[in-house]
Design a protein around this ligand. Sequence first.
Ligand SMILES: *[C@@H]1O[C@H](CO)[C@@H](O)[C@H](O)[C@H]1NC(C)=O
Ligand SMILES: *[C@@H]1O[C@H](CO)[C@@H](O)[C@H](O)[C@H]1NC(C)=O
Ligand SMILES: [Cu+2]
Length: 211
Amino acid sequence: MKFALALVTLLPLFVKGADIPVAVGQTGLTFEPSSVTAAEGDVIVFSFYPKNHTVTQSSFAAPCTKLVDDDGPDDDDAVADSGFVPVTDASTPTVWNYTVTSDDPTWFYCAQASPVNHCTGGMVFAINPSAERTFEAFQQNARNGGTGSSSTTGTGTASPTNTSPGGSTTSSQATNTAAAGGNGNGAVSVVASGGAASLLAIAGVVAAFAL
Ligand SMILES: *[C@@H]1O[C@H](CO)[C@@H](O)[C@H](O)[C@H]1NC(C)=O
Ligand SMILES: *[C@@H]1O[C@H](CO)[C@@H](O)[C@H](O)[C@H]1NC(C)=O
Ligand SMILES: [Cu+2]
């Protein structure tokens, strides 16, 4: 019983994530789709179209400013940035992949500011926006200047000051996100509580097959 539970719990670790395609700049200053729901391990496959865009990680509070990695040199939470990707031929977009590292809301923008600012033009992208922090509110922050000057301190939890009227339209997506997060936490806690014995049991079975 415990063995079966452990096996089911560990199984997702060996399943490759899904590929989620996103077009960058194919229809103007856009990410298409502009918002996706993704699980840890999924790969966002960004296809860059002309002219010269980036996918750069930011925060909900300051959509047009590159996130600062303030947790030290830890690869797990490195700030994502494609850098500038100049493309001249729409029939051969350049691909850049981003592997999703968390079920939490994650925010991105295009850092091109010449000849016009793409971010304040609304060229932003979100993974797993929530009911409190919607894509619409994030994009409105960007259009308002995107520097995060309005009463946000960086903790950024659940108190968006720029909630847009359209914010409620993503509620079903937010529900899915919450459910996914719950599963993730559950899996971790099961491993943590019964982990040592279960892993020994698996080791034993593997050893038995090997003999
Ligand atoms: C792409 O944009 C960046 C930032 O504006 C600029 O420095 C770079 O020269 C551009 N690359 C090309 C090939 O136009
Ligand atoms: C990006 O991911 C796709 C789909 O998994 C893969 O075919 C492609 O080789 C990857 N490209 C790069 C540059 O890693
Ligand atoms: Cu751009």
